[in-house]
Design a protein around this ligand. Structure first.
Ligand SMILES: *[C@@H]1O[C@H](CO)[C@@H](O)[C@H](O)[C@H]1NC(C)=O
Length: 111
């Protein structure tokens, strides 16, 4: 596997979207009433989204990466610090105007 791709994978796994305010849990089921069916209970006993999911209005939503098909803006995800830079444009997760793709699945501000 490409080294850069692997690093991004690791980043996503360790950057689990944790419920805010935090929700303590014992098992996965404890989290589903808060975050929906795509949630889990982490090793630190906190409710969070499963890998490759992010929070949208309190629910875990599957990530659509840059250039994936989409129906709504909130499905497109390029990282916690990138959410305002990506949108669903023409049913395609695309960097918002004024931004450009960076590496494999990020959008950055374009000067
Ligand atoms: C989205 O757009 C990009 C760039 O034009 C293209 O490479 C990609 O195939 C498109 N994806 C879909 C799902 O149409």
């Amino acid at each position: 596997m490409h080294c850069e791709y692997y690093m991004v994978l690791v980043l996503f796994v360790y950057n689990a979207a944790v419920a805010s305010p935090s929700r303590p849990c014992v098992k996965r089921h404890d989290c589903q009433i808060f975050l929906g069916v795509k949630s889990m209970c982490t090793r630190n006993s906190q409710c969070a989204c499963k890998a490759f999911h992010h929070l949208h209005m309190g629910l875990c939503v599957k990530n659509r990466d840059l250039h994936d098909m989409c129906e709504h803006d909130h499905q497109c995800y390029c990282g916690a610090d990138c959410e305002d830079k990506i949108a669903c444009i023409g049913r395609n997760c695309t960097c918002r105007p004024g931004h450009k793709p960076y590496r494999i699945r990020r959008c950055i501000f374009f000067i």
